[in-house]
Design a protein around this ligand. Structure first.
Ligand SMILES: Cc1ncc(COP(=O)(O)O)c(C=O)c1O
Length: 469
């Protein structure tokens, strides 16, 4: 909640309501103003929040009352079991990375950066400006705002080598986050029952999207330097697959960045087999020690389908990303987008475009590099000191995560529960493997709140590891 006083009143009244009988009358706004030392506007805001939560109702001229919740008994949804049958994909569960942690916990699990790493002032000003444009009340074209399409295309064209015809603005499809792009690509380009090569470990959301699209995953081992091109070639030849989903830059979870040579070798393999490389450049703006070199910049004939997201660098709330695809592949994906969501809110697109075209954006990215480096190094130092059993293959040159190998006999679920009981949330690595995990790994994200508590968190993990596994 934006306003701390509002939050304080809501929290106080929630505990009061929890013990009050339905229909009990709340103190008047004037009493609350005095009790909490808050302004009448703040009290009204808190009352609106509680009304929206369905906890209170106001009767004009009479007062505000605890809302009675009518339940006639527990509801039986058993009929749905027969109607739905067994699921065709894995039973949906919330990934650890998506969990909301208790406010006082140290969260090392989240996938999105803390607000202190975001260009908050730029974002707020951009939203206010966008609200005053026609984007606030008109429909965006299905492919996206032309200026934003151009911006994404230019970003890629700027790093294309001489001799490569770069993708154009027309090849860019704006998405509300790259996650939905993964689903569209898997449905429109791979198809149900068809094989898809995928690094192992890889992004859990890609594994989930593939499962929902009924795509058959073909895992390829991928270490700190990325996958071995010979393995990629062999997997294509063995399976007849026509697509490979990969993260060549600051992979989630390993942090791996492929060398330029490896990237071009994989592109050659893909090209020779008439296949697609689905390049997920999720961490393009999250560089620390190196610069990103998208393989898509080397593609001149539509073999690379490229995803780039702004949700982690601009704001998780401005869910804007781009998918760049060329030729009939672009048209098939666009048709899938039409069926799924038609178009992305022009307001969000206008705000995102405003942020990335401000001179202050480049300054923000430079500062972000420094902040990520400091956080990454602090977490590494803390782990080295307090969890010497943990092994880090390679310091990630970008991205948001440390991928740590723990001793073979580690019980990851027990460890995660023991850490959580002591107020530290970690992500067991199991979710990042498309098949069996190759060992007990955990993923620790260094972009969450309170980096000053990293040493405490590491101490907690070390203690839990030694007493619970
Ligand atoms: C590798 C990777 N791809 C895609 C996404 C999806 O991001 P978004 O939908 O916010 O653009 C994520 C989010 O964590 C990710 O880690």
């Amino acid at each position: 909640m934006a306003n701390d006083s509002t939050h304080r009143i809501v929290t106080g009244l929630r505990s009061w309501i929890a013990t009050a009988p339905p229909g009990a009358q709340l103190p008047s706004n004037r009493q609350l103003t005095a009790e909490y030392g808050a302004s009448p506007v703040t009290v009204q805001k808190a009352m609106r929040a509680l009304t929206a939560l369905g906890m209170i109702e106001s009767r004009p001229g009479v007062g505000t009352f605890v809302r009675s919740v009518r339940t006639a008994g527990p509801v039986d949804y058993g009929w749905q079991t027969a109607a739905l049958g067994s699921p065709h994909a894995r039973i949906p569960t919330l990934s650890t990375a998506q969990r909301t942690a208790a406010p006082d916990a140290i969260g090392l699990h989240s996938g999105y950066p803390d607000r202190e790493l975001l260009p908050e002032r730029l974002v707020r000003a951009a939203i206010a400006r966008a609200a005053r444009t026609d984007a606030a009340i008109t429909r965006s074209p299905a492919t996206g705002l032309p200026e934003l399409q151009s911006w994404f295309a230019t970003e890629l064209a700027n790093v294309a080598p001489v001799g490569v015809t770069p993708a154009t603005a027309r090849d860019v499809l704006i998405l509300s986050g790259s996650q939905s792009g993964l689903s569209s690509i898997f449905r429109a380009i791979v198809g149900p029952g068809q094989p898809l090569l995928i690094e192992s470990p890889t992004y859990w959301g890609a594994i989930l999207a593939a499962a929902q699209a009924d795509v058959t995953l073909v895992p390829i081992p991928s270490g700190p330097d990325g996958p071995d091109p010979d393995e990629v070639a062999r997997a294509f030849d063995d399976t007849g697959a026509r697509a490979f989903y990969a993260q060549p830059t600051y992979a989630n979870p390993t942090g791996a960045q492929w060398s330029a040579e490896r990237g071009l070798a994989v592109l050659d393999i893909v090209r020779a087999r008439g296949a697609f490389l689905i390049e997920d450049d999720w961490a393009h703006d999250l560089a620390i020690d190196t610069d990103p070199h998208p393989i898509a910049a080397h593609d001149h004939d539509g073999h690379v389908i490229y995803l780039r997201s702004l949700t982690k660098s601009v704001s998780p709330s401005l869910r804007v990303a781009a998918l760049i695809a060329r030729g009939p592949a672009r048209d098939r994906i666009l048709a899938d987008r039409g069926a799924e969501s038609m178009y992305v809110s022009g307001l969000l697109q206008a705000a995102a475009l405003d942020v990335v075209t401000q001179p202050a954006w480049a300054t923000h990215l430079r500062g972000l590099r420094q902040q990520l480096r400091a956080r990454r190094d602090l977490l590494i130092d803390s782990i080295r000191e307090h969890v010497p059993e943990a092994h880090l293959d390679r310091t990630p040159a970008g991205g948001l995560n440390l991928w740590l190998r723990l001793p073979d006999d580690t019980d990851l679920e027990r460890l995660a529960r023991a850490c959580e009981a002591r107020g530290v949330i970690i992500a067991p690595g199991t979710e990042w493997f498309p098949a069996e995990a190759s060992g007990p790994y955990i993923r620790l994200n260094y972009s969450g709140p309170s980096p000053d508590r990293f040493p405490d968190a590491a101490r907690t993990i070390g203690t839990a590891l030694r007493t619970h596994t």
